[in-house]
Design a protein around this ligand. Structure first.
Ligand code: BTN
Length: 244
């Protein structure tokens, strides 16, 4: 595994992105740090992680023939790769909260930030940033956060965990490059949080409504069946779970 270990860095995603702009970086190169000072999350949020206790890393993933219309498959394979590893280690139910948060039961254990480089309608590569809560046990002002240690009461070796995650990511990217889209879809929907379960949502206008997730569209929009039996599709900024 090609790995760049940094004592401290603002964001491993930013570091790897800049490295790729100036160099020819190998596929599956990992940039990891014990101390990420300005971790970035989805939708311009921040990702905080106690120094030395968790995994905060980014991995470069290159694609052979992946059109921009299929970019949500990256989220699918990465979230599957991580959730499969966690479900072999942890006793709790591991699911994927759309689009790609990893939950243990009702709590977030891992966040993923995927940044794509696009050329002529094709995804050249992605910088996949992963923040996995491992041995941290206190999460100030984050009531929905958990960690592997909080769940299992034991400490985990970060190097071993990283290796397992990277191997799983490699394995799942093979599925994508081999265009096993139906297999990926079915695995993703099996792991999807609240799939087919009546759930309370809030839309962009803060209106609360009941609906049932029935799938995800090709471009990654969440498909929800409403109480009047019509189906609506939502982008990331357009829908939230009320009880999360
Ligand atoms: C989210 O759930 O909002 C995504 C969080 C992603 C955090 C990881 S930590 C390593 C990598 N570097 C960053 O700046 N962010 C990602």
């Amino acid at each position: 595994m090609k790995i760049i270990k940094l004592d401290a860095i603002d964001s491993t995603n930013t570091f790897l992105k800049e490295l790729c702009q100036e160099n020819d970086v190998d596929d599956f190169t990992v940039v990891i740090t014990d101390n990420q000072t300005e971790g970035r999350g989805q939708m311009s949020s921040v990702w905080k992680s106690d120094s030395g206790k968790n995994l905060t890393f980014s991995i470069l993933v290159k694609f052979k023939e992946l059109g921009v219309n299929n970019q949500f498959y990256i989220s699918k394979v990465i979230s599957l790769a991580i959730s499969e590893v966690l479900s072999t280690i942890l006793p709790t139910k591991i699911s994927i909260k759309w689009p790609n948060d990893i939950l243990s039961e009702q709590q977030k254990i891992c966040g993923i930030l995927i940044e794509n480089s696009v050329k002529k309608s094709k995804i050249k590569h992605s910088i996949v940033g992963i923040g996995l809560n491992v041995n941290q046990t206190v999460f100030q002002s984050l009531p929905n956060a958990t960690s592997m240690k909080l769940i299992s009461n034991s400490d985990f070796n970060l190097d071993e965990l990283l290796e397992a995650l990277v191997n799983s990511i490699r394995k799942h990217v093979v599925l994508l490059n081999a265009k096993k889209n139906e297999q990926i879809d079915s695995l993703y929907l099996k792991r999807l949080y609240k799939m087919n379960i009546p759930t309370m949502f809030r839309d962009a206008k803060k209106t609360v409504f009941m609906g049932k997730i029935i799938g995800v569209s090709e471009i990654g929009r969440l498909q929800v069946e409403l109480e009047n039996e019509t189906i609506s599709e939502f982008n990331l900024k357009e829908i939230q779970f009320v009880n999360f």
